[in-house]
Design a protein. Structure first.
Length: 97
């Protein structure tokens, strides 16, 4: 579980990132989860866009993605979801205490 200070720090890092995944009509599926897990292992912090044709609630999609990929939901703002998961092998982000 992230503290408020850690969440703010991660949000500041994510500000300059571009979304690398999109959730569309297909919604959250195993294929998407597997790719998100792989990206989190390499990058630790990613953005995901929820498209307008998704039809699902954005906060609910963010919660599902975080639970299924075992990541932390940093932020859901508008149609953008920010996820964080500490890498086992390629740790790049040092969280504040």
């Amino acid at each position: 579980m992230l503290t408020g200070k850690q969440t703010r720090y991660l949000r500041s890092l994510a500000h300059h990132l571009d979304p690398i995944f999109q959730v569309g009509k297909g919604g959250v599926n195993n294929h998407l989860i597997r790719h998100i897990e792989e990206a989190l292992e390499v990058r630790e912090l990613i953005k995901v866009t929820v498209l307008n044709n998704s039809g699902e609630d954005r906060k609910e999609v963010g919660t599902q993605l975080a639970e299924k990929s075992k990541a932390e939901l940093v932020q859901v703002i508008g149609k953008i979801i920010v996820l964080y998961k500490e890498s086992r092998d390629q740790k790049k982000i040092q969280l504040p205490n």
